[in-house]
Ligand binder design. Sequence first.
Ligand SMILES: [Zn+2]
Length: 214
Amino acid sequence: MGVSALLAALDEDESEVGQAVALLAAAGIENSDELGLGEGDRLLLELCRSVTGADLEIVAVCPACGQLSEAVVSPEAVPEATSRMVPLGKGGGLREPTYRDLRTLPANPEAALRQLLTRCVVGSPSRAPEPADLELVDDSLTGPIAIACTACGEPIAVDVDVQRAVLERLVRRAREIDQEVHLLASTYHWSLDEIEALGDERRRALAWLVAESR
Ligand SMILES: [Zn+2]
């Protein structure tokens, strides 16, 4: 499947979770709805690489020297996904949420949290799940990661939400493709079908040439 057809999956849903599920499904992942968030985040990093040709980049200002520092988050650099479960007393436990667990939750944050906890209970545990239990089973790539400042070497803690960051990057890539198609259509007067048939690499290369010659 071409990149633009893949990115069209972004329009299938307005929610972040829905977009992640639709994208992964379009990329050929079966039952993407049932993926744990941790595994999903790692697959999104791989998708980011295959669609944009580069790993996810994060930029942060170094508090020590004030310089902008850049780091890439590659699928190889993050810890491997683990399937997590914590016991809740006896007879059962809490498992990591899947994408499906996060869909159609109540709008009220407190009610949503309660509902999510209920959905992730396995068996008939002797005690009810608490929000702190959820943190223990959370394997998603969210939270501060440490990067070394490229200017002064000081460590910088950067808050990253891989799901959001990858989706934002892919939305940007979809706009870039629109731009490329527009440049080619207005320059060569090719039809959209003809431009589509070029393939991603060639479309990108030709659009770059047009942009350069202006
Ligand atoms: Zn620095």
